[in-house]
Design a protein around this ligand. Structure first.
Ligand SMILES: C[S@@+](CC[C@H](N)C(=O)[O-])C[C@H]1O[C@@H](n2cnc3c(N)ncnc32)[C@H](O)[C@@H]1O
Length: 271
């Protein structure tokens, strides 16, 4: 468990995120299945459908983690294409390399300082990772640099839909966790940065809504399994009390509904 606090600098956030994913790496796939009740597979298929890759494409998957998107991409681009998966966290890449899908080239690297030549990819993707990158604008500069003219970038993400009152109340409790700001602070539609960037054009966003039901214990288990949930007994007790209050205020017949939205942002390199 990572308990170190971080200050507000980009370097401190990057180091916190690296430690967080290093500590999580071996459990990441199981935790993601639990946390999303398996829905992340659907979200990734939705992202792939928007992406419309072609056989032969050269694809860079940034913040590739344990490689889910990279493996899906490799299946489409085929042997005449190329997929490189880059992540700043070596233990996540170790898990990716152990997954027996062969052709993807996994390399350690930083989204904000990519070690690839200019114009060397047709498509850059980043799935469920931009919110963890300390400087998104610098990452977008790097994505543009490594894309060929006319190449595309795709950002997939998912967020709680906090227009919904119960989901907003749940999110507000999560943000009281001691390390939450490093991850939660980067939430919100992180892909909007792409639509606003002068480096890209023809931006579009597809959004898919999902909901998950939970009983009281399910809600508590879900919140307490967050990597940034409190661990100190007194803080856990306070966190649990707040969650129980959210449950009591919003439950209907012993269940609450949490709403999420998956977004896929696509844009073309300008110039
Ligand atoms: C939530 S995981 C997503 C992994 C994967 N794309 C998926 O969809 O399952 C976020 C990943 O971003 C990586 N990451 C965070 N900051 C990064 C950076 N600056 N450069 C490269 N990878 C980074 C983390 O190490 C982690 O593996």
């Amino acid at each position: 468990m990572v308990t170190r606090r971080w200050n507000d600098s980009d370097e401190a956030k990057a180091s916190y995120v690296k430690d967080l994913f290093s500590a999580l790496a071996k459990r990441y796939n199981v935790m993601t299945d639990l946390w999303t009740l398996g829905l992340h597979r659907l979200w990734k298929r939705q992202a792939m459908a928007q992406l419309a890759l072609r056989p032969g494409d050269r694809v860079l998957d940034v913040a590739t983690g344990t490689g889910d998107l990279a493996f899906m991409e490799q299946a489409v681009v085929g042997p005449e294409g190329r997929v490189v998966g880059v992540d700043s966290c070596a233990p996540m890449l170790e898990v990716a390399r152990g997954r027996e899908h062969g052709a993807v080239d996994f390399q350690e690297g930083d989204a904000m300082n990519l070690h690839f030549p200019d114009a060397s990819f047709d498509v850059v993707t980043i799935g469920f990772g931009l919110r963890n990158v300390a400087d998104r604008v610098q990452a977008l500069r790097e994505f543009r640099r490594v894309l060929r003219p006319g190449g595309h970038v795709a950002l997939a993400g998912y967020e709680r839909d906090e227009e919904d009152a119960c989901t907003a109340a749940y999110g507000a409790v999560l943000r009281t966790g001691p390390e939450a700001a490093a991850v939660e602070g980067k939430r919100g539609r992180s892909g909007e940065a792409l639509l606003q960037s002068p480096l890209f054009e023809a931006g579009e966003c597809a959004a898919f809504r999902h909901e998950q039901e939970a009983d009281e214990e399910g809600l508590l288990g879900r919140a307490l399994s967050a990597s940034y949930a409190p661990r100190e007994p007194a803080a856990v007790a306070a966190f649990t009390r707040r969650l129980r209050a959210v449950f009591a205020a919003h439950q209907r017949e012993g269940q609450v509904v949490l709403r999420y939205v998956t977004t896929v942002y696509l844009a073309r390199r300008r110039g």
